[in-house]
Write a protein that binds this ligand. Structure first.
Ligand code: FMN
Length: 405
């Protein structure tokens, strides 16, 4: 029979964990998040459903996004042991500049909808992390304001080519004048993808005040308070718009976009040019021949063509086709730093994340983006160390492979 006794205070004291004083509830929630998936949960609870779904959702059956995530689940890491990994360094060079990680914050439109701190918050975190941030044409902060928020950041500009070429050109020139170091042309959006969650939620920009939204105000008062008491929520580089995003895209973007436009941009943009939305080796060759500096293998996070090729599966062929001529990046479905390591191990120079930092932004503004960045950074270095890799050149195809099925 076990004999029991009362514990002494000195024995109990080591078990007590006192919460640091002065932490806001939001800071406590962020500190408790140990993965991007946790940040997503906080975001889902704290944002109106239409806002969360706009970020979280994809096109039609969402198969493209689901398959991209599943592919990362099929990655097998093959570690080497007895290899001193005290000085693991995940840094790399992207378009001639040092980046602390093989990671880029992807362009995402209408970022101030997710949290009023918006694009400047994301740009500042990228600057602190020492990685590039790409401002979207559909941003809610101007290129000049992003440059002012992160003057030492590696700020890149993403372009959707409009039917009105003069307006597009004026925007590119503003980005150049504001010091944006690279131009990323997105080519997978000739028309809007069918984002069914947005249609069902009646999602529009700016949010319309309907009976449904009034009910939502009662559920998410702080989001509405922030939206209504800060700078009006508008596209920074567009005239005021009221209506569904898909209608805006179809009205504004030029479905005639073709290789001649790439040649035109190549001529008038003097710095690195990147094409985002490449999905086949043939198209990768075509734009490499046109003299671009980098490509992003991307299906737009599954938000455009449903059942599109899985970027991670396309990667080896595309790297084989153009890897000696252009930098090859990849995105879609990345939810942790291990996914970034997997992409690099299979041949990518870097990976982009969109939702991963947006979940952080929705969960807690700039502090939430920082939390997402810290989690991704830790994941990358930990995974490299467990793999026995000290730098990115040691992440080779014999360390990272894709299981079939
Ligand atoms: C809310 C949201 C808005 C986006 N807006 C843009 C955009 O304006 N321009 C663009 O090229 N890509 C845009 N994307 C696509 C991202 O740049 C990126 O390709 C995608 O998010 C990668 O997938 P991930 O979110 O799973 O990381 C957007 C993605 C999301 C989630």
């Amino acid at each position: 029979m076990t004999r029991r006794r009362l514990p002494r205070w000195s024995e109990l004291r080591p078990f007590l964990r006192v919460q640091p004083l002065g932490r806001t509830p939001s800071a406590r929630r962020l500190a408790g998040a140990s993965s991007i998936a946790d940040l997503r949960d906080i975001a889902r609870r704290s944002r109106p459903r239409a806002v969360f779904d706009y970020v979280d959702g994809a096109a039609e059956t969402e198969t493209s996004l689901r398959r991209s995530r599943e592919a990362f689940g099929r990655v097998e890491f093959v570690p080497r042991v007895l290899h001193d990994v005290t000085r693991t360094d995940p840094s790399t060079t992207l378009l001639g500049r040092r980046s602390a990680l093989p990671l880029i914050f992807a362009p995402t439109g209408f970022t101030r909808l997710m949290h009023h701190e918006g694009e400047p918050a994301v740009a500042r975190v990228a600057e602190r992390m020492g990685i590039p941030y790409v401002l979207s044409t559909m941003g809610t902060t101007s290129p000049e304001d992003v440059a002012a928020a992160a003057p030492n950041g590696q700020n890149w500009f993403q372009l959707y080519l409009w039917r009105d070429r003069d307006a597009s050109l004026a925007l590119v020139e503003r980005a150049r004048a504001a010091g944006f170091g690279a131009l990323m042309l997105t080519v997978d959006t000739p028309v809007a993808g069918a984002r069914l969650r947005d249609a069902r939620n009646g999602f529009s920009i700016p949010p319309a005040l309907t009976a449904k939204t009034l009910f939502d105000i009662a559920l998410h008062p702080s989001w509405w308070f922030d939206v209504l008491t800060t700078e009006p929520l508008q596209f920074a580089s567009l005239d005021a718009w009221h209506g569904p995003v898909a209608d805006l895209i179809d009205q504004l973007f030029d479905p005639a976009l073709n290789l001649k436009d790439v040649a035109w941009l190549r001529e008038m943009w003097p710095a690195p040019l990147i094409i985002k939305g490449i999905q086949t080796a043939d198209d990768a060759r075509m734009v490499a021949d046109a003299g671009v500096d980098a490509i992003v293998i991307s299906n737009h996070g599954g938000r455009q063509l449903d059942r599109a090729p899985v970027p991670l599966e396309q990667l080896p062929d595309i790297v084989k086709a153009v890897g000696d001529r252009v930098e090859v990046y990849l995105d879609g479905g990345i939810m942790n730093g291990g996914d970034v390591v997997a992409a690099v191990g299979m041949g990518a120079r870097a990976a982009l994340v969109g939702r991963a930092y947006l979940y952080g932004l929705m969960a807690g503004g700039e502090a939430g983006v920082q939390r997402a960045g810290d989690l991704l950074t830790k994941d990358v270095t930990r995974t490299m160390r467990l793999l026995g890799a000290n730098d990115l050149s040691e992440l080779t195809t014999d360390r990272v492979r894709l299981r079939q099925g």
